[in-house]
Structure formats: structure tokens, C-alpha cells
Design a protein. Structure first.
Length: 134
């Protein structure tokens, strides 16, 4: 979506050829300083602009959530790396490498899912992105 000059034309065509019971899954990236320079993305959607665009093209949004905080924090500075990797280290030591990594992935997914589905926590999420310059 972020690479299309006429995203509404593409969505209208998808809607036209999609079955009535069809489902469209859309993912768009978070705003980041590097990725959203003009050479990479034509536009950056916010949840509101994406919802508006999809509604305009005849889609009904049944579910929406944001994610990506944990992945983005991992490469920012020593504090955020420790915040991200200490739980992984603990789980690997306690449960072993394979089981510890599996539990860590589930832990990260659960946090991202919880934050991404809660509209109040999304404000905190956005503030953290700004604070850490993600």
C-alpha cells in the first residue's frame, strides 16, 4: 500500500474482483525515519487514514491492531537491547535454548498483540516510538 501512487485504484479493483465473503488482510509499516523517505514509500498511512481509505473503497474493517514495538526497540541503544534480550537470556537459561526461544517468541507476540489491540495503549506505543526515534 505504501508503495502505490494510486492505492485507492488498486483497492477498488481488489474489491471489484473479490468474492462477497472474501477477506482482505492489509499490513502497512510503522513510521520510521529511514524507511519512509520518499525513495522508499509514496505515503505513510496512519490507522485513521487507512480506515478511511478502506471504507471509501467499500471494505468493512472487522479487526485492526498495531505491532512492531519490540522489534524496533531491539536495535536502538544499550538500554532497549537489555530490555529486549534479558528476558530471552533468562528463558534460554531456565528452559533451554529451543524451548526458551519458543517461549520468548510467544511472550513478544502476546505483548505486541495486547498493546496493538488496546486503543489506549496505542497512544503509549506512539509516544515510545517518538521517544526512541523509531
Amino acid at each position: 500500500m505504501e508503495h502505490l501512487f494510486e492505492d485507492y485504484v488498486a483497492l477498488n479493483e481488489i474489491r471489484r474482483i473479490m468474492k462477497d465473503e472474501g477477506v482482505l488482510v492489509v499490513t502497512v509499516p510503522y513510521y520510521s525515519n529511514k524507511q519512509d523517505e520518499p525513495e522508499y514509500h509514496v505515503r505513510v498511512h496512519t490507522p485513521k487514514t487507512l480506515q478511511r481509505l478502506l471504507s471509501y473503497c467499500g471494505f468493512k474493517i472487522e479487526e485492526h491492531f498495531c505491532r512492531g514495538l519490540i522489534v524496533c526497540l531491539s536495535d536502538k541503544n544499550i538500554f532497549t537491547r537489555l530490555l529486549i534480550y534479558l528476558p530471552l537470556l533468562f528463558l534460554v537459561i531456565f528452559f533451554g535454548a529451543e524451548k526458551g526461544r519458543k517461549k520468548y517468541r510467544y511472550f513478544c507476540f502476546s505483548i505486541e498483540n495486547f498493546i496493538g489491540r488496546n486503543k489506549y495503549l496505542n497512544f503509549i506505543h506512539k509516544d515510545l516510538f517518538l521517544f526512541f526515534h523509531l
